[in-house]
Design a protein around this ligand. Structure first.
Ligand SMILES: Cc1cc2nc3c(=O)[nH]c(=O)nc-3n(C[C@H](O)[C@H](O)[C@H](O)COP(=O)(O)OP(=O)(O)OC[C@H]3O[C@@H](n4cnc5c(N)ncnc54)[C@H](O)[C@@H]3O)c2cc1C
Length: 503
């Protein structure tokens, strides 16, 4: 191996961004002996998985549930390598209670596979061939992903990693590589099952940005199956911030450095190799150039091309410009009296309102509710966080305050169909829009959730961690395997392995 003779402590790595992707990459690199500096423009680390506090409440900014905490799960693996404790967490059961338009009984996505099978057989009679296909594809894909393939491969080493992850069982997925979920529904004779399709559209929009007709089947097989044992979704004790805090702890213990409120304004490239970043200290206004042997960009691929400017290769820039418009998010954060919450309220719910309307734009809400003692609210109080995917464009061009007020009122009115939200039960109310996300996470136009898991952009066809510029790496939800704290942690691990392989 090349890296045997190299003194890693002399290899300087600059990570742009302290989201879960950047923190995981930085902490692992520091653990493996590299000299690491992470820069983030925000006040607190964690990006879309950070938190803020108001009037005694702690609100998760974006991510509220975590996958990959089980033994063998990606957070579990990474925390084991870093020798830090996994955050305390409670499993979400049901992972989600989904209310379809006009229905008052939810579809409960249970954690126990048997219970979930019974539920879906009752809810969607005749759909079992579809779910069995999903289970078969999930098992093969999950085992494949667990062997750390590099997707998409960009050189011989990457290809070697990909090939070593393939087993005879993996080939079962091959004929389905170009299938969407819509194709699979039709294949199983369920193309006209409107209720099943609506349920899938709703759930898939959360994970893939797009509906069943567009979502790549192989991606969906995983996204729809991780809520069941032996995997599962979890609610972290305290808040989502604990994930970032532990990664920062590991980074600093191993000699790495994190500088908040430092914005990277430019990546410098010489002879096809990334060599330095231009940094602005937001407090002092000081600007300087920091050289680096490797630069890990924990930003969206759209932001990456902006940081490169004219230095981005034509093909790369062109591909980014041609991506379909990504979604933004509208989020309402409520601090409420516990009397606003129905008894036995599950931790996560999803509602769709108008059967003929779009899935996003406040017509559906994904809701996360705190529970007593989980560290998010004082005794006798609770937090409700409701998010909806929106088109980011109007938020930059139209009457911003008016739009924000309209969306907030609509969201609260809709939530009121399930919760008891009255002036006397709402203690704190606040909303985030694409502009808010742009400001606090620096994501281009406030887009969230990655590039969408359509056929041309998922897995083998997506954006690689290895960029066309040598020693410049892309980490985060624009890359395989996509959005979520678990997804970006895989992406971080891949980059760390790629850097190590190069020495
Ligand atoms: C409303 C919402 C709900 C979600 N729910 C869930 C969920 O329940 N579970 C889940 O797993 N995922 C969820 N997600 C997705 C998940 O939060 C993200 O996919 C993931 O956190 C992204 O991590 P990241 O490391 O790729 O990037 P980010 O979180 O975007 O972090 C990037 C960091 O880089 C910094 N940065 C960017 N540009 C610069 C620059 N030029 N200079 C310096 N710093 C810079 C930013 O300040 C930021 O801290 C949700 C997302 C949203 C928006």
């Amino acid at each position: 191996m090349l890296n045997i003779s190299i003194d890693k402590s002399q290899t300087r790595i600059v990570v742009i961004g302290a989201g879960i992707g950047g923190l995981t990459a930085g902490a692992l690199l520091a653990r493996r002996g590299y000299s690491v500096l992470i820069l983030d423009q925000a006040l607190v680390p964690g990006g879309c998985a950070s938190t803020f506090k108001r009037q005694g409440f702690t609100f998760d900014v974006g991510a509220t549930q975590v996958a990959g905490l089980e033994p063998g799960g990606i957070h579990h693996r990474i925390f084991s390598e870093l020798a830090i404790d996994l955050p305390e967490a409670t499993p979400c059961d049901p992972a989600c209670a989904v209310y379809l338009p006009g229905e008052s009984t939810p579809i409960n996505v249970w954690r126990d596979p048997k219970k979930w099978q019974e539920e879906r057989q009752r809810q969607f009679p005749g759909s079992e061939p579809f779910w069995q296909l999903m289970a078969t594809l999930f098992n093969a894909s999950w085992e494949f992903q667990g062997r750390d393939p590099v997707l998409p491969p960009r050189n011989l080493w990457d290809l070697g990693q990909l090939i070593q992850a393939v087993r005879p069982s993996t080939f079962i997925t091959a004929p389905f590589t170009l299938f969407t979920v819509g194709d699979a529904l039709r294949l199983c004779g369920l193309g006209n099952d409107y209720r099943l399709r609506t349920f899938l559209d709703l759930q898939l929009k959360l994970y893939s940005q797009v509906n069943a007709d567009e979502t790549a089947l192989l991606y969906a097989a995983t996204a729809l199956s991780v809520s069941q044992l032996p995997q599962g979704l979890f609610h972290l004790q305290g808040s989502m911030q604990v994930l970032s805090d532990r990664l920062v702890q590991a980074l600093e213990r191993d000699g790495g450095k994190l500088s908040m409120r430092h914005t990277v304004e430019q990546i410098k490239v010489e002879n096809g190799k990334a060599t330095a970043v231009v940094i602005r200290n937001q407090k002092t206004g000081e600007v300087w150039t920091q050289t680096a042997d490797h630069i890990v960009a924990n930003v969206t691929v759209q932001n990456l091309t902006q940081l490169l400017g004219e230095q981005a290769t034509f093909g790369y820039k062109n591909r980014v410009e041609k991506l379909p418009q990504a979604s933004g998010a509208f989020v309402v954060y409520l601090g409420v009296d516990a009397s606003a919450i129905p008894l036995d309220c599950p931790p996560h719910l999803q509602f769709m309102y108008d059967a003929n309307g779009p899935i996003g734009e406040n017509n559906s809400l994904f809701v996360s509710v705190s529970h007593a003692g989980d560290g998010r609210a004082p005794d006798g109080k609770a937090t409700i966080i409701a998010s909806s995917f929106v088109d980011p464009a109007p938020w930059w061009h139209e009457d911003y305050e008016g739009l924000k007020q309209k969306y907030t009122q609509e969201a609260i009115a809709r939530l009121n169909q399930y919760f008891y939200l009255k002036p006397e039960t709402i203690i704190h109310q606040e909303a985030a829009t694409p502009r808010t996300f742009a400001r606090y996470t620096a994501r281009d136009r406030g887009i969230v959730g990655g590039i969408g898991q359509r056929i041309p952009t998922f897995g083998p066809f997506g954006f690689a961690n290895r960029t066309p510029i040598n020693h410049l790496w892309l980490v985060g939800d624009s890359t395989h395997p996509g959005e979520g704290t678990a997804g970006v942690s895989y992406s971080a691990l891949t980059v760390v392995r790629q850097i190590e392989a190069r020495g």
